[in-house]
Design a protein around this ligand. Structure first.
Ligand code: ZN
Length: 514
């Protein structure tokens, strides 16, 4: 038979089989071709990435920066053509906090500008201050007496000098090799080790909150610290105790300014002080602290479904970031991919059976607050008798997440859901040439798919490549390190997975609840 006739016959046979069984084929190659054309030849993913990272910048949960970002985000979802675009408030998240200005200089024994960022939810300095720096080493309560009465008007260096990891500089950051991917595919899951009996905490040890209260009572001007091990990188998160006091205004005002400094500048001050040579710095920090408690929001939008429109397929990423950089990789890249996946689906004229809903979370960096609250509110929690499973939980098929940096998808983690293996593998087939080849039976954590997974709803995170340069959770996470081809591939794969889940005959199978 001539090739064309043969393929026509095969197609007819396939259509007849489908008609006979009434089942949808595993992969819709026609829509895959359209998605690939749109996403690989007319991509907008770097437009999204660039606008969010460059123009909007950092987006700490419940900051003015975040509110500005979320206003843009809702506009963009509407421009893409989504419906039911909304900001869904999910909890009181304290008062807003924004850094407006930082200036840090070594004056003596040698002038140099220094790089530092305030820790979130702290207050600033009283204007510009020129102060002496001292090392403070507090461990137990008895240590307080050594320093009492000596710290007024000082800058205190409170962490040991940073140890710098030169390995990534000398070795680079290689992408995952075929052997590594094979190992991730074949990994044997060992049973979890029994949890060791908890030992009582030594009551003499000072907590981070007790140390801060001491610095405040002693009249310290600024606390300097360094918890980063990479040259040029500042790691700075939240004030200790901020979550416990509900990110309150009183809590923010009750501690000195805290500034995280790069290892090279911090270590230099530390070494000079160890020589017993005085260190003088100039510092000014201005933070804007809100007056009243406000709610944090998640942002959602939809492509409505057709015959199965009450059922939902979800995709998403966290829109919130830490505050010292735009966090181009963590997680602007995930947001850009999710937006682009929705744009692609609209551009190819997708009319899904199930409703496709994008959710761009906040409160992730503080502990998955946004996604957990959303899941509790919409789908409930069968493990918690006070809430129970809500009717909508029967209508959710699956949630797909991106939050492991800006590297391309090389596979997907099965998350212990063996019954989903066939579908996740079949949907991968059109993207093997893009390097997407592995279903890993590993369960991975610490991002928003967990909010679904932990209540028995299918939630998956893609297995992503390691790429060099990105500095998630640091001041160095900028657009410049993002590799466009990786995000283009991800958006195409995300769009296709979401599409196939929205069109499948059955909802994604669920694993049994532990
Ligand atoms: Zn993240």
């Amino acid at each position: 038979m001539p090739i064309r006739l043969k393929s026509l016959a095969t197609t007819l046979l396939l259509l007849l089989t489908m008609a006979a069984t009434g089942s949808t084929p595993a992969v819709d190659w026609v829509i895959v071709a359209k998605i690939r054309e749109e996403g690989l030849q007319r991509s907008r993913v770097m437009e999204y990435e660039g606008y969010i990272a460059d123009v909007l910048g950092a987006r700490l949960t419940l900051s003015r920066d975040m509110q500005r970002g979320q206003a843009w985000l809702q506009g963009e979802l509407t421009r893409i053509g989504l419906v039911n675009v909304a900001a869904e408030p999910f909890m009181d998240f304290g008062v807003t906090w924004d850094n407006e200005y930082v200036s840090l200089h070594l004056l003596e024994p040698d002038y140099t500008p220094m790089v530092g960022y305030p820790i979130a939810h702290t207050r600033g300095t009283d204007g510009r201050q020129v102060v002496q720096a001292v090392i403070v080493d507090l461990l137990v309560k008895a240590d307080l007496e050594k320093y009492r009465g000596t710290l007024k008007g000082k800058a205190v260096l409170v962490t040991p000098p940073a140890v710098i990891d030169l390995a990534p500089l000398t070795n680079g950051v290689p992408r995952l090799t075929d052997a590594q991917l094979k190992a991730m595919e074949q990994v044997v899951i060992v049973p979890p080790r029994p949890v060791a009996a908890r030992t009582a905490r030594n009551p003499e040890l000072l907590t981070a909150e007790e140390k801060l209260a001491f610095y405040q009572a002693e009249g310290v001007v600024v606390v300097l610290q360094c918890e980063s091990g990479w040259l040029g990188a500042v790691r700075g998160f939240s004030r200790p105790g901020s979550r416990n006091d509900g990110w309150s205004r009183a809590g923010m005002l009750a501690t000195p300014a805290i500034v995280a400094v790069t290892p090279e500048h911090y270590n230099r001050m530390y070494r000079i002080l160890k020589r017993e040579i005085p260190v003088t710095i100039e510092v000014e920090v201005r933070n804007r602290i809100g007056e009243s408690v406000e709610q944090a929001n998640n942002i959602v939008g939809e492509i409505p479904g057709s015959d199965l429109k009450d059922e939902v397929v979800m995709l998403g990423a966290h829109f919130d970031t830490w505050h010292a950089s735009p966090n181009a990789s963590d997680n602007t890249s995930g947001v850009a991919v999710a937006l682009e996946a929705m744009r692609i689906l609209k551009a190819v004229g997708a009319k899904p059976r199930r409703t496709i809903r994008i959710a761009l979370w906040s409160g992730e960096e503080q502990g998955l607050f946004g996604s957990r609250a959303y899941v509790r509110e919409h789908f409930g929690n069968p493990k918690d008798p006070a809430i129970g499973a809500k009717p909508a939980s029967e209508k959710l098929s699956v949630y797909f997440n991106q939050d492991y940096g800006a590297g391309q998808y090389r596979g997907i983690y099965l998350q212990g859901n063996e019954q989903a293996r066939t579908q996740l593998t079949e949907w991968m087939e059109p993207f093997r040439d893009l390097g997407m080849t592995v279903v890993s039976n590993q369960s991975v954590g610490s991002t928003d798919h967990i909010a679904f997974d932990e209540v028995g709803l299918p939630g998956f995170q893609f297995l992503q490549d390691h790429i060099p340069g990105t500095g998630g959770h640091t001041n160095l996470d900028f657009y410049d390190t993002i590799q466009s081809e990786d995000l283009m591939k991800n958006a195409v794969i995300m769009a296709s997975y979401v599409w196939h889940a929205a069109m499948a005959d059955a909802r994604m199978p669920r694993k049994s609840l532990k």
